[in-house]
Ligand binder design. Structure first.
Ligand code: SF4
Length: 201
């Protein structure tokens, strides 16, 4: 029987070489970004990389990442340690490009999401994370379609084997966090991360 580590190593090589969205004409250049860690109890799933992430080759290495890691530091989890212990993936692994409106990055299309989803499903199956952090609305409703960001942030959404914690997307939070209720929800979510990280499995 093959080990999960070997199987994952092969999967990650496939992801690195993946050019599906480029071949379909959805993006001009495929350059998959993710940060593999195995074994791990934790996984983080974002929406898609941005330009900085694409050039650096690391998830959350741009401005949004600065906010995310500031939050995680508040939860007692320094960036270096987080990157070493958490498998960081995304709904789609390649930069989708700028939004045609000129405002920010384009969200991945349904077709791109469908092409990339099998990689995520295989990682979830083989990594068997006990805790998953979902970042942003699109990521939250992909896994929890009956939730909204407001309903999900601040709670632990539990399935049989996994605890799911939702965070707002750090690049789109400035107005979301204007509301005291939302700031309190973020505080609760970070407290849950601190508590789950300290808990024994
Ligand atoms: S977004 Fe995913 S499916 Fe599309 S080219 Fe990149 S790795 Fe492949």
């Amino acid at each position: 029987m093959r080990s999960a580590g070997k199987t994952l190593t092969e999967l990650w090589a496939q992801v690195r070489a993946c050019r599906r969205c480029q071949e379909e004409g959805f993006i001009p250049r495929a350059a998959p970004v993710f940060s593999p860690v195995f074994p791990t109890r934790w996984m983080l799933i974002g929406q898609a990389p941005g330009t900085v992430e694409e050039s650096v080759g690391l998830p959350f290495s741009g401005r949004a990442g600065s906010s995310l890691f500031r939050w995680l530091a508040e939860a007692g989890w320094p960036e270096t340690e987080f990157r070493q212990t958490v498998h960081m993936a995304a709904l789609t692994r390649c930069f989708p490009g700028k939004n045609p409106s000129g405002k920010g990055d384009r969200a991945p299309s349904a077709a791109e999401l469908a092409l990339c989803r099998p990689y995520l499903e295989q990682e979830l199956e083989w990594l068997e994370p006990k805790h998953v952090i979902l970042v942003g609305t699109m990521t939250t409703v992909t896994f929890w379609p009956k939730e909204t960001l407001v309903s999900a942030v601040g709670r632990i959404l539990a399935t049989q084997s996994t605890d799911w914690i939702c965070l707002p997307h750090p690049s789109g939070t400035s107005r979301w966090l204007n509301r005291p209720l939302h700031r309190e929800k973020l505080r609760q979510a970070l407290a849950h991360i601190r508590e789950l990280r300290g808990a024994r499995d």
